[in-house]
Design a protein around this ligand. Structure first.
Ligand code: DX5
Ligand code: ZN
Length: 224
């Protein structure tokens, strides 16, 4: 039986109003979010371009003290690992396919004082990270194909979540299991029941007109 882990909700700022980003981040944290999910896209690894380490640094200077959960959808990864670590990232997760040397990239994140994570696309097998899983603090499963907010949840993600939960219980029980993509009031209960403990939600939160009400409903779903 999985020990009841404290659930974390991480709004993705990809769906925030970029013209008022500091206010938006303050608002979701005030409304009860636990950390900020930072979707970094380079128009190479994924067909979209978002923001870089200067925006992370700007939010820290703005006064954000909550954990910043950086999701690198970039290739190569090592240079941006260093830049985001210096800019104030807390977690830094990357797609193993985007690094020539996954173990070295994980160690770089650790050496920079951040918490390493790996991100698995829908088709990427969980076993592909068997020999590095003991080094990571976050396993992030994509429940959409990376690159855009507002996409539909891929239902096969539930089986993969159950397998990932078992995999972590066997090899790295202290690792967080994060789910990312199409997480909303309709899918949240199912992904929590399947074993996720950390929830990325972009459009479901920033697309709502009352952040506190949305987050409170999410908490009720998770606590039920
Ligand atoms: C997609 C990103 C997700 C996305 C989630 O590549 O990794 O974090 O922003 O957005 P929603 O919650 O709107 O599906
Ligand atoms: Zn993400």
């Amino acid at each position: 039986m999985q020990a009841k882990r404290d659930y974390l909700i991480a709004p993705s700022i990809l769906s925030a109003d970029f013209a008022r980003l500091g206010e938006e981040v303050d608002a979701v944290l005030e409304a009860g979010a636990d950390m900020i999910h930072f979707d970094v896209m380079d128009m190479h690894y994924v067909p979209n371009l978002s923001f870089g380490p200067l925006v992370c640094q700007a939010l820290r200077r703005h006064g954000v003290t909550a954990p910043i959960d950086v999701h690198l959808m970039v290739e190569p990864v090592d240079e941006l690992i260093s830049l985001f670590a210096d800019a104030g990232a807390t977690y830094i997760s990357f797609h193993p396919e985007a690094s020539r040397h996954v173990d070295r990239s994980i160690k770089l994140i650790q050496d920079k004082g951040c918490k390493p994570g790996l991100v698995l696309n829908p088709a990427t097998p969980i076993d592909s990270i068997r020999y590095v899983v003991q080094q990571i603090d976050m396993l992030l499963l994509m429940s959409v194909n990376p690159g855009f907010g507002g996409q539909s949840f891929i239902p096969e993600s539930l089986d993969k979540l159950r397998d990932a939960r078992q995999f972590l219980d066997n090899y790295q029980p202290d690792c967080r299991l994060e789910i990312d993509g199409g997480i909303n009031l309709d899918t949240l209960a199912d992904v929590a029941a399947a074993g996720a403990d950390t929830f990325v939600a972009g459009s479901a939160i920033f697309g709502s007109d009352d952040y506190a009400a949305t987050l409170s409903t999410m908490r009720e779903i998770l606590d039920s």
